[in-house]
Design a protein around this ligand. Structure first.
Ligand code: IMP
Length: 190
């Protein structure tokens, strides 16, 4: 089976991908002896995904893909976007980010937002990009216990529940990451 590195230290994401991409031996950064925290200092999602994929291919000479995700809020000109992980500051928690975003959205009527994931794939010396988007809105308070990150305050279009209330299976079907991964899979398996 062909080996493909997913440039992540996140074991949940790795497990999720292994379930989907069954025709590849997908391994994580730790499996190839890369303990490094790769610095993601690009100013857009595509740039960060590329940095991570290129780091692995450049240093370990192996095919690799990497992802980067941001929550883009229309009324905030696309913020927090590429800074979604550290919106409330370096070392902040998911909840700190949620509180900061609810504060920034106080009194704003246009609640439109979207999650966007970009995947960069280095395969056989070529680079490919895949994008997944889910449109929705920012709720005025937290709903639900599941998921992570901004899930309690994001309601996808066509649903009455937040991502945190929808459950993992449904979320993976319609989410930004789920859609980007589906495109990656279609490409790898054709
Ligand atoms: P990453 O690129 O997957 O590490 O995502 C960057 C940040 O975006 C995370 O730290 C979360 O704050 C947020 N994020 C990414 N995916 C999701 C999601 O599915 N739900 C809620 N927040 C997310």
């Amino acid at each position: 089976m062909r080996k493909l590195v997913f440039a992540t230290h996140n074991l949940n994401k790795l497990e999720e991908i292994r379930e989907i991409l069954k025709s590849y031996d997908v391994v994580g950064l730790r499996d190839i002896g890369c303990d490094e925290d790769i610095v993601e200092d690009a100013d857009d999602l595509r740039g960060n995904a590329k940095i991570k994929a290129d780091y692995v291919t450049g240093n370990f000479h192996i095919d690799c893909f990497a992802d980067d995700t941001g929550l883009e809020v229309e009324a905030l000109d696309g913020a927090p976007g590429v800074y979604s992980a550290r919106y409330a500051g370096e070392g902040c928690s998911y909840h700190d980010n949620v509180v900061k975003l609810l504060g920034a959205m106080k009194g704003i009527e246009n609640r439109k937002a979207r999650f966007r994931t970009v995947i960069a794939l280095n395969l056989n010396g070529e680079q490919h990009f895949f994008e997944g988007i889910v449109n929705g809105k920012i709720l005025t308070e937290e709903h639900g216990e599941g998921g992570f990150g901004y899930d309690p305050i994001f309601q996808p279009d066509g649903f009455e529940q937040s991502f945190a209330e929808l459950g993992m299976e449904m979320k993976n079907k319609i989410s930004h990451r789920g859609r980007a991964i589906a495109k990656l899979m279609e490409f790898l398996e054709k």
